[in-house]
Design a protein around this ligand. Structure first.
Ligand code: ATP
Length: 236
């Protein structure tokens, strides 16, 4: 069943068309990795889906309902949650307080503060620490936990590995293995190996457009790399 649909989506920064006429259907519980070079338009696309950036034209649909006119807080109620690039935590608040804030006006669902600490056991000892004092990996775990507290059906994750040690990235992905159950995931991931190991589907973006869209099992690393650098046209 199609869960998230983008129809002819155009997103601009002033005169710049960062996302150009993008269309895609994403099925329920699919794990889609969005890859592409810096400036390809990945973050802009995630922000448009979350309602942080209004598209110039096109439609965003969740389970067949047009959510394009909705503001970001209304999209949370519609089941969309974004873990933004750079995490954007409340630095003067503790881990637990950040999680509680994430649960304000949450949809009905199974995520509670206790469940987040079960999924992210490395956060337990940091429960009362201000997030500004945490390691990068702990901050990322808190940001994902905060997003989960709204009980999203569609979780958007922007560059969750950025700036983290390989060990910290391992921990974050191990927790995502638990968190992904029943959730549709769209993640921007610069690390192609991570993307290919975790995602069921890979979409490559180049200059605001999708240039590759394939099930992970059907595509090679070389094909993705070629699409990434624009050496080939549209392909699968
Ligand atoms: P990165 O990996 O560097 O975050 P990205 O694929 O996520 O890249 P975007 O950040 O979406 O790409 O940027 C797409 C285009 O839009 C780029 O040309 C970028 O310079 C431009 N852009 C992004 N944010 C803004 C902004 N706030 N104002 C103006 N232009 C912007």
């Amino acid at each position: 069943m199609t869960h998230l649909t983008l129809e002819n989506l155009d997103v601009r920064h002033g005169q710049l068309r960062a996302v150009k006429h993008v269309s895609i259907s994403i099925a329920k519980s699919e794990i889609l990795a969005l890859v592409g070079a810096n400036g390809a338009g990945k973050s802009t696309l995630l922000r448009a889906i979350a309602g942080a950036h209004r598209p110039a034209s096109g439609r965003i649909m969740v389970s067949g309902t047009d959510i394009t006119p909705l503001q970001s807080f209304q999209r949370v109620a519609a089941g969309i949650s974004l873990v933004p690039e750079g995490r954007k935590l409340f630095q003067d608040m503790s881990v637990e307080e950040n999680l509680i804030v994430g649960g304000i006006s949450a949809r009905k669902g199974g995520w509670t503060v206790a469940k987040i600490f079960e999924a992210f056991p490395n956060l337990v000892k940091r429960r009362h620490a201000k997030t500004g004092t945490l390691s990068g990996g702990e901050q990322q775990a808190t940001a994902i936990g905060r997003a989960l507290m709204s009980n999203p059906e569609i979780l958007l994750l922007d560059e969750i590995s950025l700036g983290l040690s390989p060990a910290a990235v391992d921990l974050v992905y191990a927790s995502l293995e638990i968190a992904k159950a029943g959730t549709t995931l769209v993640l921007v991931e610069q690390d192609l190996s991570r993307a290919m190991n975790f995602a069921t589907r890979i979409v490559c973006m180049l200059e605001g457009q999708f240039v590759l869209d394939a099930q992970t099992q059907d595509v090679t690393r070389e094909q993705i790399t070629e699409a990434y650098f624009g050496n080939r046209g549209r392909g699968h």
